[in-house]
Design a protein around this ligand. Structure first.
Ligand SMILES: NC(=O)c1ccc[n+]([C@@H]2O[C@H](COP(=O)([O-])OP(=O)(O)OC[C@H]3O[C@@H](n4cnc5c(N)ncnc54)[C@H](O)[C@@H]3O)[C@@H](O)[C@H]2O)c1
Length: 265
């Protein structure tokens, strides 16, 4: 996709993608870099972030790895100061980092619940708090958070994950109302996407039924998707890019499904 003026759309902009070291986050980094942005691939796994940056650099893009735990507010403050001093403050923030787990409600340990909410909901809150003020100041910014269709429909044995993802939609909607008109804040809700995270789900269903193969679990997922295939990181990345473009200044506070038709909401 190109912008209306024929450019790639994000030249001269800097984008920070949390969880940029794996799966969907890596795909988003690649797509935003192709759109012309300088990339900050931020991840709790520095090795993952470094691998992403290596891939982007091979393609001639400008990118830097950032070691980041989205739950660590002091560390986020330090990173913000460093980026500010170095002229790398993000114009586009993508809250993509998350963890996933599956367990029956009676088996979720309170500490597990807390960690799910910390990473998947408090993390985006801390990142918005750190990086939105400058966007408001400069009268331009984009925040895109990766929620999930599960945050709308719910999912059995993932109540903690779904609660956090639903919360992320409410957080984004509320912040979008606060920061309008120059900063837009939206969510993308993927369905089933082929990434390391999907393996947690297949392993869970196999643990409940040892006779079921991984291929069968995947087939069951696929069969629920009207477009007949699992999502790919680039499907999600394309939507993030589209929402990030300057030309898209009339979409805010939305939670858009990119799920092959899985859900309607
Ligand atoms: N894969 C799917 O089917 C699917 C479906 C719906 C939504 N999503 C969402 O898409 C996003 C990306 O998921 P994915 O499938 O690429 O997963 P993934 O596990 O491949 O990637 C998640 C990344 O987040 C990083 N991360 C985890 N905790 C972190 C922390 N505290 N601080 C910083 N980084 C941290 C991990 O190191 C990893 O690189 C997540 O928000 C996920 O909830 C995924």
């Amino acid at each position: 996709m190109t912008s209306r003026d024929g450019g790639r759309g994000l030249e001269g902009r800097t984008a920070l993608v949390t969880g940029g070291g794996s799966g969907i986050g890596r795909g988003i980094c690649r797509e935003l870099a192709r759109a012309g942005a300088r990339l900050l691939a931020a991840d709790i796994s520095y090795e993952g972030a470094l691998d992403t940056v290596d891939l982007l650099s091979l393609d001639g893009h400008q990118a830097r790895p950032v070691a980041l735990d989205v739950t660590d507010s002091a560390a986020i403050g330090g990173i913000r100061s460093r980026l500010e001093a170095e002229g790398w403050m993000p114009d586009v923030l993508v809250n993509n980092a998350a963890i996933f787990g599956m367990a029956a409600i009676e088996d979720i340990e309170p500490a597990e619940w807390d960690r799910m909410i910390e990473v998947n909901l408090k993390g985006p809150f801390l990142m918005m708090q750190a990086f939105i003020p400058r966007m408001i100041e400069q009268r331009w910014g984009r925040v895109v958070s990766i929620s999930s269709t599960a945050g709308k429909t719910g999912e059995a044995f993932a109540s903690h994950y779904c609660a956090a993802k639903r919360g992320l939609i409410a957080l984004s909607r509320s912040v979008s109302l606060e920061v309008a008109p120059h900063v837009t804040v939206n969510c993308i809700c993927p369905g089933f996407v082929e990434t390391p995270m999907t393996r947690t789900e297949t392993r869970f269903w196999q643990s409940r039924d040892p006779n079921i193969s991984e291929a069968e679990v995947r087939m069951r997922m696929r069969n629920q998707i009207p477009l007949g295939r699992m999502g790919r990181p680039e499907d999600i990345a394309g939507a993030v890019r589209w929402l990030s473009l300057p030309v898209n200044d009339y979409i805010t506070g939305q939670a858009i499904n990119v799920d092959g038709g899985l859900d309607f909401h």
